[in-house]
Design a protein. Structure first.
Length: 57
């Protein structure tokens, strides 16, 4: 990988961590069960995406 490609991967990792954290935080604040479940699922998906990209390194 070139240095530029590594920077792109680093950006993606940072964004996915942020998205996971935000979705998890929102899920913790929601009262509606369906919305809470949806936000939790989004958090899990972003964690899986992060792990996939991290696995490339």
């Amino acid at each position: 990988m070139t240095e530029k490609e590594l920077l792109y991967v680093e950006d993606v990792l940072g964004h996915e961590q942020l998205f996971e954290t935000q979705c998890s935080d929102v899920a913790g604040k929601l009262q509606d069960g369906e919305l809470k479940s949806f936000a939790s699922e989004l958090s899990r998906r972003h964690k899986a995406i992060f792990e996939s990209f991290y696995g490339l390194l």
